[in-house]
Design a protein around this ligand. Structure first.
Ligand code: PPE
Length: 303
């Protein structure tokens, strides 16, 4: 993972020089917020997928976490585009980060400055190219998703990912690709970094956003699926309903649309990417790559 330049507090800095002090508040306490955005190569150049929605969520995260961002949304969007250009990125991943920097340590963040950075790099399939076609193996995590009143799932807070890291480490050490977390009540929530969808008798289901991140890919898939004539419903379920679903898949910026072929050693459906997942996945990539006129408003082209 490497590119040329990183945008730091308004300046383009060499990748290797984009450093912070070890007493940075966020490094000790997770007091940052971030976004994950993808840019795709299209016939009309590089396009950022749903930039507006990502910037809106970034600023909502900042509001929830009581950080005053020293830039407007427009300035931040422009900084992202400038970083893509400075790195001549054709397609890949964009990681904006707003964090409490260094002034003093102690849990209260209020005296620490609000710093910002934007990194971009080439990032292919999150769980491997084969995962997109064949599906992945997962397990239900023994770690519960953070309780709704422990932190905020609406905000994409760095510290929230400690919960995800525990689940991911457990999954990897168990020999599978990804974890699915339950909430404290035992209802299905999401993966360590992806929302979850499942399909039964032709109906597509997903978790309500109360207990999960309000995913932008999730929102895109609901819209795409509705436009394709599928019925989409939000529902809280237990793990057993996933075991007997016809198809299950993850959705996220990094993971895109990744089929799940196994959960806790139960084969899901035919044990490979199912037909509904394949239809939606195909449509999703066509839209992201600018091949669907109807959804061009979701793309911000880099001039
Ligand atoms: N849930 C969680 C917990 C999550 O982290 C993500 C994104 C999603 C759902 C899907 O949201 P969206 O990207 O808006 O569709 N996870 C980001 C970080 C992954 C990482 O490994 O880092 C991402 O996909 O960019």
């Amino acid at each position: 993972m490497k590119a040329e330049k990183i945008w730091m507090d308004g300046k383009m800095v060499d990748w290797d020089k984009a450093q912070v002090h070890v007493c940075t508040h966020a490094l000790h306490y997770g007091s940052g917020i971030f976004e994950g955005i993808r840019a795709y190569k299209t016939e009309n150049g590089t396009a950022v997928f749903r930039l507006k929605e990502h910037i809106d969520r970034l600023f909502n995260s900042a509001k929830i976490f009581k950080m005053v961002v020293p830039y407007s949304k427009e300035e931040f969007k422009q900084a992202i585009k400038d970083t893509i250009k400075a790195n001549k990125l054709k397609s890949g991943y964009i990681r904006p980060l707003i964090y409490r920097g260094f002034k003093e340590l102690g849990v209260s963040p209020f005296n620490c400055p609000v710093n910002s950075a934007i990194a971009v790099w080439e990032w292919g399939a999150y769980l491997g190219e084969e995962a997109l076609a064949q599906g992945i193996r997962t397990k239900i995590s023994s770690y519960a998703r953070s309780y709704i009143n422990s932190t905020s799932q609406k905000a994409k807070i760095c510290g929230n990912y400690v919960n995800s890291i525990f689940a991911k480490m457990e999954a990897i050490e168990a020999g599978v690709d990804e974890a699915i977390l339950l909430d404290a009540r035992g209802f299905i929530t999401e993966g360590s970094g992806e929302n979850l969808f499942w399909i039964r008798n032709g109906v597509i289901y997903t978790t309500p956003t109360t207990t999960v991140l309000e995913g932008i890919t999730r929102d895109s898939i609901i819209k795409i699926a509705n436009d394709m004539g599928y019925q989409v419903q939000e529902k809280y379920i237990g793990r057993d309903e996933l075991y007997i679903s016809d198809e299950v898949f993850f959705a996220g910026t990094a993971a895109e649309v990744t089929p799940i072929r196994e959960i806790d050693n139960y084969q899901i459906g035919e044990g490979k990417r199912g037909p509904v997942t394949e239809n939606i996945q195909k449509k999703f990539f066509n839209i992201a790559k600018g091949k669907e006129d109807k959804y061009l408003s979701w793309l911000d082209f880099i001039q």
